[in-house]
Ligand binder design. Sequence first.
Ligand code: ADP
Length: 530
Amino acid sequence: WTGTNYEWSEKVENVLNNIFKIIAFRPKQLSVINSTLSNQHTIVVMPTGAGKSLCYQLPALIKPGLTIVVSPLISLMEDQVRSLNKKNVSAKYISSSSSKDETSAALNVLKDKATDVKLLYVTPERFAKSKRFMSNLQKCHADGRLQRIAIDEVHCCSQWGHDFRPDYKYLGILSNMFPNVPILGLTATATAHVLTDVQKILNIPGCLVIKSTFNRPNLFYKILEKPTSQDECITILEKLLKYRYRDETGIIYTNSIKDTEDITQGLRKRGLKVECYHANLDSEARSKVHLKWHDKHYQAIVATVAFGMGIDKADVRFVIHYTISKSMENYYQESGRAGRDGLRAECVTLYRMQDIFKVSTMVFSSVGSLDHLYGMIKYCLNGTYCRRQLIAEHFDEDWGNTDCNKMCDVCCQPENNLKEINLELHCKTISSIIENAEKQDTKLTAQKLIDAWFLKGPVPLRHKGKEPNFSRNIGEDVIAYLITNNFIIEDFHFTAYSTISYLKRGVNMDVVSDPNFSLKMPIRKYSSFE
Ligand code: ADP
């Protein structure tokens, strides 16, 4: 598919240079374009920022007819239509925020044989909820003008993905309704499991899947131990911003609006120029923050994940996660906003066990979510395996002998950075504490479990053995390991105000009876980063 001797190849080259003003394709773009222009159903998996939009925008201009682009985000549709119009490419969108007249005009494009519109953007619910849209679409097809259907964020079809959206399942009718129209699905985030599911839902089994690499060689990955008090955490952020990232711009992600506000306040008190960004700000305030950050007026935006789509700043030098993401997919996307210019940038995550429960109590109710979260925890706990290899393998990419070039903390940690812990003995102790608590009808939080293990807290919960001969932080890592490997399972209880995660026994821990079974836990001190 990489060839340049197709009947359309010359035109493709021309449109690339003259309309998009781009000199050369990025990896896999040409393959996708050739595949979809050959009328193949195709799914494209490319990291954020790799240039997926071009894969449907350019083919739309090669042959006569109309390309329908399905996109879940109104702001993204607006951006793209605006930028296409600037290139003198005629494009329109229909969204819930369009006026009646705008919607009518856009719907007429489907019936109007003389229209010059090449791309029509719609949200997925259009297919489910608008009869007029569907009948006009059928008319467009009957006239032979429906050239291609591009589905952005196509992983939203699958319940196994991290971002399932029910309206996407209505797209399953398209391949039967318009059998000769190629479907082009695009996503940044799909494991083999999700990809198969997406093909099933869209009724395009065995379609061509084109993946580009997930490796971002210029991003340095690092996990840091997160202190227990917010004040100490802010001190770490302060040091990073004042020294390591002096005169540079970046993003600090948290998982709550309150955290964004607290941290912004804390950092401002220490003389730093930062601003917060979250869903409670109105859109005017949001654009203002975004713009001022873009112009380097703020060194960092402290944001929830509401700050994401539409960031087009190429020189983001750091993305710090104050709280872990809810999945590796989310983490990859969020951290991937760093270093789009190809220069070195850093992705730092502050991790401590307590945050697992902050996130798990938020995500546990959706399908597959705990597994996704545990994938993220495993990434944080890891101290023996190259982080970019871990990421690549998460996305089912063959890593081979690719070199990390010492661009992750694991690949450049000192030799004595790992604490080896024999699990056999500790598992017996931990298991007995949980069993004992169950007998006493006491609900164990992770905190209580660790207390009991380290011979602190209520005496009846403690065990009879000795206190572990390592730090509590390492103890937390052991518990987190046991949770993410289902030896201990989270049991969620609701109160009027919150959801609490209690721990109970999962897979029989006796399987960890091999006396040689040990864990190597990394030491993630901030000092290692100075
Ligand atoms: P994605 O949808 O994969 O996240 P986009 O389609 O938004 O990425 O593209 C990211 C940026 O890269 C855009 O500014 C786009 O114009 C630019 N871009 C895409 N392809 C190329 C290319 N071949 N050469 C240079 N820039 C490109």
